[in-house]
Each structure stands twice: as C-alpha cells, then as structure tokens.
Design a binder for this molecule. Sequence first.
Ligand SMILES: [Zn+2]
Length: 215
Amino acid sequence: MSIPKAVPSPANSKAVILANAGIHAERPITRSMDSRLRGNDGLKDAGLEVEQVIGWLSEIPDPEIPAISITDLGIVRGVRVEDNVCHITITPTYSGCPAMQVIAEAITEALRAKGVPHVVLHTQLTPAWTTDWMTASGRQKLRAYGIAPPAEQVIDISRLNPAAAISRRAPRLAIACPHCGSTHTEVTSQFGSTPCKALYKCLDCREPFDYFKCH
Ligand SMILES: [Zn+2]
C-alpha cells in the first residue's frame, strides 16, 4: 500500500485553502493576474485590484435609501488588500446606526460572490461622517429619486458684502425642490420618513419632498 506523500508546495496549499473556502479554482485571488496588471499604480496587491473592489462596493445599495450606493453615501473610507485579505473601513452615518450590520453583511456577501474569500471590516468613528462626503453622483441620484440632497457648504460671502455677515450666523439654506428645481420651498416637519430627513413642501409645484439634512 502506498500512501501519497503529503508535502504541499506553497501552490498546493493555496489550492487547498481555496477549495475549502468553496471558491472556484478558476477565480482565485492569486498572482495570476499579476502580468496583466503589472505597472498599474492603483494596484495595492497583485491579483486583487483596489479599484475593482471599490467598483463592486459601488453596486451595494444603502439599505435606508436604496437609490444610492454605500460609496455614493461616502461611508466607505478605505479599501486595502494585504495578503489576499480585503480590508474595508466604514464610517457609519451616525454612531450606533442600526443599518451598519446590514451593510457589513451586504459587503461581505457581495465580495464573496466576486471571489474574495477573506473580507475584514473595520469601523472608523472619527472623523465622524458628514453629508459633505456624499458624492456628486449620489446627490444626483437622490434628486432623481425625489429627495433633496443635503445642502453643500454655505459660501461665505461676508467679505464681498458686509451686510451679509449677519446672515452668516444662521445661514438660511434654500432647499431646491427635487421635482421642479424651485428654491421657493418651506419645511413642514423637521422629521421626514427617517430622522435624517426633513419634510419639505414646494410652494411652486406644491409637491412635498424629503430633504436629506446636513450633518
Ligand atoms: Zn417644485
């Protein structure tokens, strides 16, 4: 009786690990893509491109507002690939956000489906998430969905017009109606469908709409 020698070469070990993880052998996260991707500065690790991971993450909808993705929302703060382990850093929109568990599971599941067997999620609480991190495309998608995106930073015009210095204390934000674009709008409730939104009404087209509050 001959027993085959079980002296795994590094290549064999990798095959075993992949088989155990249920990953199809044709889609391993290995250095097989190295030659094709060599010279790409965006590549943090041979075989798994950070930009590609970000692309996959950009397809994951935000559980609270499925019209925008988690990258649109700006909560993905970092993607790092090290020794075939994909590290994702997330900053919740607010501390203790109940959607974070759903988001964490969605990320792990989506990346596994793309053949990334090892995903480690990190939560970063400081600096705190701000609506300023929402991308331009995210704002556009919100508007198309009927939600007024958070107002962007108020431009300080006090130096141009001294009279405006007074209004700088309590800047009155003109929230544009996502339906007709009119800024002739008024708040009807500080809380819309979720605490992060306020309910507005357009005085021109008469349509009510949610406004994604700044913070
Ligand atoms: Zn309107």
